[in-house]
Design a protein around this ligand. Structure first.
Ligand SMILES: [Zn+2]
Length: 133
């Protein structure tokens, strides 16, 4: 019921044009607006997260949790360049699987809000290649 209300406000008041993320549905965790309006989601990270205005605070929080988890794996990879290849492959598979889960979570919210869904394959590629746009 609440999400229906939020969606109605988003569509009618903002005309489905989010004033917070420039309609992309994503915002960098290091973004100043995020620090001011949603400090609990802000961080010194290169990752983008689902925009809390577009998808709601609850879904955005879940996306921040996925982002934080992925950052931890990336840090592990960066801190151990001499890691055993088997372990490296395992961590890269985890990155891909977590990114897929992340996309599915975000896409549920985006569909509810009438936004286009994100391409899971593209996002997995970006996560593996560490493209942060
Ligand atoms: Zn937004």
């Amino acid at each position: 019921m609440l999400i229906g209300y939020v969606r109605a406000v988003f569509r009618h008041y903002f005309r489905s044009r989010c004033p917070f993320c420039a309609r992309t549905g994503w915002i960098a965790r290091s973004n100043e607006r995020l620090r001011v309006h949603f400090p609990e989601f802000h961080g010194e990270s290169r990752h983008k997260v689902a925009c809390p205005v577009c998808v709601g605070r609850e879904f955005a929080k879940r996306d921040v949790d996925y982002s934080t988890y992925l950052e931890g794996i990336e840090r592990d990879l960066d801190d151990h360049p001499d890691m055993e290849p088997e372990r490296k492959v395992k961590l890269e598979k985890i990155i891909a699987n977590v990114t897929r889960l992340r996309c599915r979570s975000v896409n549920v919210a985006r569909a509810w809000m009438g936004l286009g869904v994100v391409d899971e394959g593209v996002e997995v590629w970006k996560a593996r290649e560490r493209v942060y746009d």
